[in-house]
Write a protein that binds this ligand. Structure first.
Ligand code: COA
Length: 329
């Protein structure tokens, strides 16, 4: 450990379903059009998992790719955290299935549920586990099959979401200055009703959920939009202050990909130029907990982040939850 850096990101990986659903495809399902979706959200296509694929299949593929990138074996992992709102079953956790599927025989595994902020919540927990000595090598995964829980009759939500998984191996820092410089996570439970899926839990069990159409995402879009702009800007400035960095020190901002207008507002508040902001929403839509690790992995692959560069990540989601992190990759 050096300079209070406890953990570092050793590898990342993704898993993206092949099948693509375009805006033109959606025009045949609901009363919408390509121009509206692109202008109001930035989305052009989203990926959709085949019916037989389970969330844990996608999560495991991303995990294996992250392990390969980190040059590690599954047996090296002592903790697995899967962030998801679309787990395979109510219980056991999707992380349990991932543990079995990748053969991480020495790992404790559990899910966390922090909607679109899930990956940053998982990163914050992993960093804390490593700082306290509870873990040496934590695998964190954001994995979602959101197309399974959208209402395909509701044009205001079904055009927004897609399926994907992204993973990262977080290990003890090696003292070279790279690693997690800081994390910040926050919640306001009073606003949960603005973005939620009511059905399927104990309050509205599955049979009630189906008969009353509660088994899908419900969202008050404009309210969520306003809260997201404020919270993501606040989270970004907070973590910059906490780590003593300025926007000039940041090589790349990786925001949660929910809407290009939210991303642009966040970048504007930080006075970051376009080339310092990673946007891939056009390709995936909103993939909730998967959006940041997928973007991070892509940005690295495209040479936009070199070892030692500072990457600012910021997210917002239902709950409401929000958070940020700065990692020297
Ligand atoms: N196609 C065409 N028209 C649509 C549409 C669609 N897919 N969805 C909504 N509309 C219509 C509305 O019915 C409304 O019509 P009206 O004026 O006749 O009533 C009009 O477009 C404007 O709707 P509104 O909801 O005010 O649009 P908006 O500009 O706020 O955009 C969202 C809607 C959902 C794109 C936007 O609010 C948003 O991105 N919110 C945040 C979503 C989010 O980030 N969620 C996840 C958080 S992690």
């Amino acid at each position: 450990m050096q300079n209070n850096i406890h953990s570092m990101m050793l590898g990342t990986g993704v898993a993206i379903p092949e099948k693509i659903l375009t805006n033109l495809d959606l025009e045949k399902i609901v009363d919408t059009n390509d121009e509206w979706i692109r202008e109001r959200t930035g989305i052009k296509v989203r990926h959709v998992a085949d019916d037989k694929l389970q969330n844990s299949d996608l999560a495991s593929e991303a995990a294996r790719n992250a392990l390969a990138d980190a040059r590690m074996n599954a047996e090296d992992i002592d903790t697995i955290i899967v962030a998801t709102v679309t787990g395979d079953v109510t219980f056991p956790s999707t992380a349990c299935y991932v543990q079995q599927k990748i053969g991480a025989v020495k790992a404790a595994a559990f899910d966390i549920q922090a909607t679109c902020s899930g990956f940053l919540f998982a990163l914050s927990i992993a960093d804390g586990f490593i700082a306290s000595g509870k873990s040496k090598n934590t695998l964190i995964v954001g994995s979602e099959l959101l197309t399974r829980i959208v209402d395909w009759k509701d044009r205001s939500t079904c055009v927004l979401f897609g399926d994907a998984a992204g993973a990262a191996v977080i290990s003890s820092a090696n003292g070279d200055g790279r690693g997690v410089l800081g994390t910040f996570i926050k919640t306001d439970g009073s606003l949960g009703h603005l973005l939620w899926m009511p059905g399927g839990g104990t309050r509205f069990p599955a049979d009630v959920a189906v008969s009353e159409n509660l088994n899908n995402i419900k969202m008050e879009g404009p309210e969520v939009f306003k809260a997201a702009v404020t919270a993501m800007g606040d989270a970004a400035t907070h973590i910059l202050d906490k780590t003593g960095l300025t926007p000039d020190d940041i090589k790349l901002l990786i925001p949660h990909q929910a809407n290009t207008r939210i991303i642009n507002a966040t970048a504007k508040r930080l006075k970051l130029p376009e080339e310092k902001v990673y946007v891939n929403i056009q390709e995936y839509g909103n993939t909730s907990a998967a959006s940041i690790p997928v973007a991070l992995h892509e940005a690295k692959g495209r040479g936009l982040l070199e070892p030692g560069d500072a990457c600012l990540m910021v997210a917002f989601g239902g709950g409401f939850t929000w958070g940020s992190a700065i990692v020297r990759v």
